[in-house]
Design a protein around this ligand. Structure first.
Ligand code: LFR
Length: 459
C-alpha cells in the first residue's frame, strides 16, 4: 500500500475518491472514482441524495484498495439528524432550499459570538426552520455531512471543528459550542456531539482508520494553497468562490460584520477570514440549462468578446437558487435580446472577476494586511480566462492551482497524522509548491477599466 491515503471529497455537483501516494517528497494523485451529486426535490423541498452519495463513497473506497487511512470532506452547513437508535431522520436538506427564507432576519445579531457572515443557509437558521417539525423533535444528534458519512463508516459520532465552525453555533474564540447561544435560541444542546479536530482518529472502516481532516472542503483547500509567506489572499474557486486571508485571530469589528466577512475555523487553529462570492455557480447553471455545450469553445468565444461590456453584482442573492439562471442574468445585466451565449458567459466571468477583486481588497483592508499575490485554487484554476480576468481586476499576479486543492489538503492532514509528512502549514504548502502545477497570470495594464466597472456594480 506504500504511503497511500484516500480522500473522499464531496462537492455540490460531484463527489470523488482520490488516492494520494507520498513517496520521496513526491505526491501522486489518482482519482479512482467520480460520481454525480444530483439533488432531488421532494414535495417542494430540495434534498441531497445522501444514500446515493454514500454508495459513491463505498464504491470509491473499494476501488482505492488498501490505504493507510481515509478522510472525508464536503461542502459546509448541511447536516443529517439521527434518532436515538442511530437511524437517519429524513434526507438532509440542501442549503439552496428556500426553507430558510426570512429566518436570519428574525434572529438577533450573533456575529460577536460565532464570527460568521450572515448567509441564509447557515446551519443555525436551517435548524430554526426545522425546529417546529416532528423530525426535529425526534432527533437525538445532529451530524454534519462528513460526520454523518464517517458515522456510517465507523459507528462513531463527533463534530469536526472546521465544519462545526460554519454552523453559527460555535464560539469563534473558545472554538467550542456556544452553549449560552444554543440555549438562548431555544435549540437542544444534546443534539451537538463533542468537537473533534483535524488529525484526530475517528474509528475504523473494515480495519482502515478513518481520520478527521479539515472536513469543510474550503478548510482542506486552504491547507493546499501553495503560498510562500503571508502576504497572500486565496480564492478557492468552484461552485462558490471563497475569497479571503488566513489569519491567527478573528476580525470581529463592526466594519467586518457590515461587510459580511466570515471567520471560519481552519486547520492548525488558523482563522479563514473570507467571504462567499457566488463563484462558478451561475456559469454551471447556464451550462446545465444549455445541455452541456462545448465549454472550451464557448470560453474561447467569450474571451474574444469586448471586456466589461455587461457586468452585474454577482453577490446579489437573486442568483442563489437553482433554475432560470440565464433569464435572471439577462434581466439583471440588461443584456440586449440578441446577445449570444458567449456574451452571457463573458458577463458572468467579468462579473466574477469584479467580485473577486472586491472581496480581496476588502479582506486586506478589514484585516489590515497588504496583499501581494492571489492564489486561485480548485476547479476554477482550469479556467484561463477567469484567472487572467481576476489578475487584471485585482491588479495583482494570480497563481492558479492546484486544481485538486481540496483533495490534497485532505490527504496532507491524513499523511501528517500518520507521520508521513512533518511540520506545519508552511511545510505542507512547500510540498504542494514542489509537486503541483501552478500557473502564473500577470495583470494586464487595464486597471482603470476595472475601477470604472467596479463603480458600476457598487464596489
Ligand atoms: C464550498 C462551500 C462553502 C460553503 C458552501 C455551502 O464548497 O463549502 O465554503 O459556504 O459550500 O456549504
Amino acid at each position: 500500500m506504500s504511503d497511500a491515503f484516500a480522500a473522499v471529497d464531496l462537492g455540490a455537483s460531484s463527489g470523488r475518491v482520490v488516492v494520494g501516494r507520498f513517496e520521496d517528497g513526491h505526491l501522486e494523485l489518482e482519482v479512482v472514482h467520480r460520481f454525480a451529486n444530483e439533488p432531488v426535490r421532494v414535495n417542494g423541498t430540495l434534498h441531497w441524495d445522501i444514500l446515493s452519495l454514500y454508495r459513491g463513497v463505498l464504491d470509491g473506497l473499494r476501488k482505492a484498495g488498501p490505504v493507510r487511512s481515509i478522510g472525508i470532506d464536503s461542502w459546509a452547513v448541511d447536516y443529517g439528524l439521527i434518532d436515538a437508535d442511530g437511524a437517519l431522520l429524513g434526507n438532509p436538506v440542501h442549503y439552496r432550499d428556500s426553507r430558510t427564507d426570512g429566518i436570519a432576519d428574525r434572529v438577533r445579531d450573533i456575529y460577536g459570538i460565532c464570527g460568521l457572515q450572515k448567509l441564509p443557509f447557515n446551519t443555525v437558521y436551517q435548524l430554526l426552520a426545522a425546529e417546529p417539525t416532528a423530525q426535529y423533535t425526534a432527533a437525538h444528534r445532529l451530524l454534519m455531512i462528513p460526520d454523518l458519512l464517517a458515522y456510517w463508516l465507523t459507528g462513531e459520532i463527533g463534530a469536526e471543528y472546521t465544519n462545526a465552525s460554519t454552523t453559527g453555533l460555535l464560539d469563534v474564540r473558545t472554538r467550542e459550542w456556544s452553549w449560552p447561544l444554543i440555549s438562548e435560541l431555544g435549540l437542544r444542546s444534546t443534539l451537538l456531539p463533542p468537537v473533534r479536530h483535524p488529525g484526530d482518529r475517528i474509528g475504523l472502516f473494515e480495519g482502515t482508520p478513518v481520520v478527521a481532516v479539515g472536513s469543510h472542503d474550503t478548510a482542506s483547500a486552504v491547507v493546499a494553497v501553495p503560498a510562500d509567506g503571508t502576504d497572500f489572499a486565496y480564492i478557492s474557486c468552484g461552485t462558490w468562490s471563497l475569497v479571503g486571508l488566513e489569519l491567527d485571530a478573528p476580525v470581529l469589528s463592526e466594519q467586518s460584520r457590515a461587510a459580511n466577512f466570515t471567520n471560519e475555523g481552519g486547520v492548525d487553529s488558523t482563522i479563514r477570514y473570507l467571504r462567499n462570492v457566488m463563484g462558478l455557480w451561475p456559469l454551471q447553471e447556464c451550462l446545465r440549462e444549455w445541455d452541456s455545450p462545448d465549454l472550451p469553445a464557448l470560453l474561447a468565444e467569450a474571451a474574444a468578446k469586448p471586456a466589461l461590456a455587461h457586468v452585474v453584482d454577482l453577490d446579489d442573492p437573486v442568483f442563489m437558487p437553482p433554475g432560470d439562471m440565464e433569464d435572471r442574468l439577462r434581466k439583471t445585466a440588461g443584456l440586449p435580446g440578441d446577445a449570444d451565449r458567449a456574451t452571457v458567459v463573458r458577463c458572468i466571468l467579468d462579473s466574477l472577476a469584479l467580485a473577486h477583486r472586491r472581496a480581496v481588497r476588502q479582506a486586506g483592508e478589514l484585516a489590515g494586511r497588504a496583499v501581494g499575490v492571489v492564489h486561485l485554487v480548485g476547479g476554477g484554476a482550469l479556467n484561463e480566462l477567469l484567472c487572467q480576468l481576476t489578475a487584471d481586476a485585482c491588479g495583482l499576479p494570480v497563481l492558479a492551482g492546484p486544481v485538486e486543492a481540496t483533495a490534497i489538503g485532505n490527504l496532507l492532514v491524513q499523511a501528517r497524522a500518520a507521520g508521513v509528512v512533518e511540520g506545519g502549514l508552511d511545510a505542507m504548502r512547500a510540498l504542494v509548491r514542489q509537486t503541483q502545477r501552478i500557473v502564473r497570470y500577470q495583470p494586464a495594464a487595464t486597471i482603470g477599466a476595472w475601477d470604472a466597472a467596479a463603480a458600476r456594480v457598487g464596489g
